[in-house]
Design a binder for this molecule. Structure first.
Ligand code: HEM
Length: 419
């Protein structure tokens, strides 16, 4: 099917379903014909349409790598604070905008750096490296359990497990409440589809409230404790600031790593030649293979900014106040940066140049942790169960935000079974 600019409305779940998920071909057209393109408000299938007060709005779609990088880095002209980071007009919903502004993702410098500093030490490559033995151990448990079974649903039964356990440990969620936490985290991440979104969000906040109470008088090493006991400008953080931080992590830390793990297994299944290359030298090739999966199938399709002044980009006039959609899935397939971008190639020499983690001030705080988790779980998977294969077609989520899978059946054939 030849697609023309405007054939797909990027804010419509219906359109995502119509084209079968992440619309790579459409973005190829935009990069070629309209790299700065006005996507009007959708007429149907608006993601979030069921939530009160969320207004559809049009936005400028940036599809070239350099433009996405520019908008990410130039926080003065492209603001996260002004009108939120989602593809909707949050100015119509002052409470939702306020709530987003109280979290890291919805702030601009210099305020953003003050808050990021509170938790940054827990995420440096050095701090994360210290977690490696524990992460390896947890990954071995998850894959060990999978190896005992002939088949499984991979996305939620397997890939979700490690990010969930680690996040619970980092936040101090007690073991008996971890399943509940995972469900509520997923419920709030699937804001586009979840009929119980508001209820799940309230329950997530109640869970947080319990955690706050239990950690208030006993400072510890958890991230939550650092936020609870930390100070910005000589004052303690407010309740909405703590809540928002917790919610962002509950979405950012689960959904993304889970889907990257699932995409990795899917892509290896779809490209047996690449899987053979990987298995020839698992230790040596795994890190670059992970970068190539993040480039080829990034789990987050987009975040938005708002123009703070009138500006011109590639000859197109953008007005102050206009929403800007930064397409990571398109930037990562930009032929000006990646040779033959639609080829999945785990030996690609610049695979790690991708923008799957964003760039600039908001560069993903959890990138080192995510990379380590992925290395541990995938190393364990392809060592214990190299024969793992898909037992049916994966079910895409048809989200306008996440490049996500709802389910993916796999068949296992553990190495141990032969031995
Ligand atoms: C493969 C896994 C992941 C991907 C692809 C990913 C992607 C992203 C992206 C695209 C952004 C936004 C950048 C922007 O707005 O410019 C982001 C921000 C963020 N991510 Fe991740 N993420 C991943 C894993 C994680 C994990 C495991 C955590 C924490 C446990 C995490 C925590 C965060 C936080 C706190 C932010 C906000 C940073 C800020 O605004 O300063 N992420 N991530």
């Amino acid at each position: 099917m030849t697609l023309h600019p405007g054939d797909i409305n990027l804010a419509s779940n219906n359109d995502m379903k119509r084209v079968g998920g992440a619309p790579y071909e459409y973005f190829a057209t935009l990069r070629r014909e309209a790299p700065v393109f006005w996507n009007p408000p959708p007429i149907d299938g608006l993601a979030l349409r069921d939530l009160e007060n969320y207004e559809p709005c049009g936005f400028w779609v940036l599809s070239k790598f350099d433009d996405v990088a520019l908008a990410s880095k130039d926080t003065e002209r492209f603001s996260a604070w002004e009108n939120g980071i989602l593809w909707i007009d949050l100015k119509q919903s002052p409470m939702a905008l306020e709530s987003q502004r109280s979290g890291l993702m919805g702030m601009d410098p210099p305020q953003h750096a003050q808050y990021r500093r509170l938790v940054q030490p827990g995420f440096t490559p050095r701090s994360v490296a210290a977690m490696e033995p524990h992460i390896r151990e947890e990954a071995a448990k998850v894959i060990g359990e999978l190896a005992q079974r002939d088949s499984a649903e991979f996305v939620f039964d397997v890939a979700a497990e490690l990010p969930m356990v680690l996040l619970c440990e980092m936040m101090g969620v007690p073991e008996e409440r971890r399943t509940e936490y995972l469900e509520l985290g997923n419920g709030t991440a699937t804001v586009e589809f979840n009929e119980n979104f508001v209820e799940d969000q309230i329950n997530l906040f109640l869970l947080l409230d319990d955690l706050v109470k239990s950690q208030k008088d006993a400072p510890s090493d958890t991230l939550l404790s650092k936020y609870l006991h930390g100070e910005v400008d000589g004052r303690k953080l407010t309740e909405p600031e703590i809540t928002q931080f917790f919610q962002v992590l509950s979405i950012a830390g689960h959904e993304t790593t889970r889907n990257t793990t699932a995409h990795f297994v899917r892509l290896m299944d779809e490209h047996p030649d690449q899987k053979a290359l990987l298995l020839e030298d698992l230790e040596g090739r795994l890190p670059n293979a992970i970068e190539e999966v993040l480039r080829f199938s990034p789990p987050v399709m987009q975040f938005c900014r708002t123009a703070t002044e009138d500006l011109t980009l590639r000859g197109v006039d953008i007005a102050a106040g206009d929403k800007i959609y930064m397409s990571y899935i398109s930037a990562n397939r930009d032929e000006d940066v990646f040779e033959d971008p639609d080829r999945f190639d785990i030996l690609r020499d610049n695979a790690d140049k991708h923008l799957a983690f964003g760039t600039g001030a908001h560069f993903c705080l959890g990138a080192s942790l995510a990379r380590l988790q992925l290395r541990c779980v995938l190393h364990e998977l392809y060592t214990q169960i190299p024969e793992i294969s898909l037992a049916g077609a994966p079910t895409p989520m048809y989200s306008v935000w996440f490049n996500a899978l709802d389910a993916m059946p796999v068949r296992t054939c553990p190495v141990a079974a032969h031995g």
